[in-house]
Every structure is written in structure tokens, then in C-alpha cells.
Design a protein around this ligand. Structure first.
Ligand code: PRT
Ligand code: ZN
Length: 210
């Protein structure tokens, strides 16, 4: 049977938990920081270490069979993949936040205002659904400093503890989406016996943690 490929984040917030999950599934592999691909010795599986942003497309396009990535990245890339299992780590929320000077207090106050974000597609849909016409400024990182620099009136960014917002004088005032890491696969592949076997192992690891 064809060896499976699973794409996980190379480094960053999801890397360690993704590696731990695969190890807890009984998979043996070397986890060298320098390697981009690692072969599992006791299961027909290869692990690809990638930027998280590339994972949904790799799975959709069949370059990887499976992937572990945040729902926020899946929604932003607007791919069509199957959610096989929510994994319960990497939890965060994509939130709107504004400077704590009180000028913006409700969603409708955002009309005509500029919002900085790294999630323009998700934000665009959210604003359309709420009938808010705002100007989306896409920036790739350090979104929290945009209002202080005069680049935007508000931001839309991921929040976990809220510490980063606070230290930049911003207050959250609306949830755009909640997110966590999820195991994804290609639609139609769900009956592949190797995927079924791996998914069962993942589910028993998660059950043991409850
Ligand atoms: O290099 P690569 O592209 O793979 O990584 P990356 O830099 O794009 O992503 P990374 O490693 O930062 O995050 C990977 C995933 O972790 C995200 O896509 C989310 O699904 C999830 N996650 C969970 C988070 C956070 N929590 C989080 N707090 N991703 C980012 N943050 C950032 C946020 O953007 C903000 O700058 O942390 C800051 C806020 O944290 P708090 O604790 O101060 O609120
Ligand atoms: Zn990324």
C-alpha cells in the first residue's frame, strides 16, 4: 500500500504538540530540526515539516495525504479539505481589537475605518456578514502595533492569553472565530485503511487524555 504523507508545522506553536501526538500514536521517527522530511520506521508514513500556511494547500492538492494545522489557516486559505479530528491544542480566537481610547465600541463603529490583519479573507467574510464596510489593510505580522503607528483604527488578530493586546493598549471587542489544531485529509480519502488506522490511534491518544 502507498506510503502516507502527513504535513506538520516545522517550527512554531503547533510543532511540539504535533510531534508529541504522532509519537504518542506509537510512531518512531527522528525529529531533527534540520530535516524537512522524516520517515517513520514502524508505519508506512512520511512526515513533511512545512510552514503552516502551506499545509492546507498541500493536502488539498494531494502532495500530502494528511495535515495538522490551525482552523484559522484552513479558513484563510479557503481550501476544500476534510476535517478528520479536532485535536484540542493550539486553541486561540481571531478577535477584533481597538485602542482603549473608547472611540470604537461596536461593530457598526468600524464602518469606514481601517482594520489591520493577517487574515483578510476571513475578515472580509465576517464584515460582509455583519454589513460593515471597512478598509482591510493586510500585513503579515506584528499586527498589534498597527494602530499605534497610525496604520489602522483597529486590528483583527489571533489572541490566546490576551497579553499582547494588553501590552499594546488594545482591547478585544468581538470574536471573529475560534480556532484549534485539526487533523485534515483529502475529501474522499476517508476509507483509506492506513488513514483509518492512524485516525483510530489519534482518537485513542485523545481519549486517554480526557
Ligand atoms: O513559520 P510558520 O508560518 O509555520 O508559523 P507562524 O508564525 O505563521 O505561526 P505560529 O507558530 O505563530 O502559530 C501557529 C498556529 O498556532 C496559528 O495558526 C494558530 O492556529 C495557533 N495559535 C494559538 C496562535 C496563537 N495561539 C497565538 N497566540 N498563533 C499565533 N498567536 C500569536 C498572535 O498572532 C499574537 O501575535 O500570539 C500573539 C498573541 O498571543 P497572546 O497570548 O499574547 O494573546
Ligand atoms: Zn504561518
Amino acid at each position: 500500500m502507498k506510503t502516507l504523507k502527513i504535513a506538520i508545522q516545522k517550527s512554531g506553536r503547533l510543532n511540539e504538540k504535533s510531534v508529541e501526538l504522532l509519537k504518542n500514536c506509537g510512531l518512531s521517527f527522528e525529529n531533527y530540526k534540520s530535516s524537512l522530511i522524516s520517515t517513520v520506521s514502524n508505519f508506512p508514513l512520511e512526515i513533511l515539516f512545512l510552514r503552516d500556511d502551506d499545509i492546507p494547500e498541500y493536502v488539498q492538492d494531494g502532495i500530502a495525504d494528511l495535515g495538522i494545522v490551525g482552523e484559522n489557516v484552513i479558513n484563510e486559505t479557503e481550501v476544500d479539505v476534510a476535517y478528520l479530528q479536532m485535536l484540542g491544542f493550539g486553541k486561540c480566537s481571531l478577535k477584533l481589537a481597538v485602542p482603549n481610547n473608547g472611540q470604537i465600541q461596536s461593530l457598526s463603529d468600524l464602518s469606514g475605518k481601517a482594520i489591520a490583519t493577517s487574515y483578510p479573507n476571513i475578515l472580509k467574510k465576517f464584515l460582509a456578514k455583519n454589513n460593515v464596510a471597512a478598509d482591510i489593510r493586510t500585513i503579515s505580522g506584528s499586527v498589534e502595533i498597527a494602530p499605534g503607528l497610525g496604520l489602522s483604527d483597529a486590528i483583527c488578530d489571533l489572541v490566546s492569553t490576551g497579553g499582547t493586546l494588553k501590552s499594546n493598549g488594545l482591547i478585544p471587542f468581538g470574536d471573529v472565530m475560534h480556532s484549534q489544531a485539526v487533523l485534515i485529509g483529502r475529501k474522499g480519502d476517508e476509507q483509506n485503511p492506513l488513514i483509518v488506522e492512524l485516525l483510530q490511534r489519534v482518537q485513542s491518544v485523545l481519549r486517554a487524555k480526557e
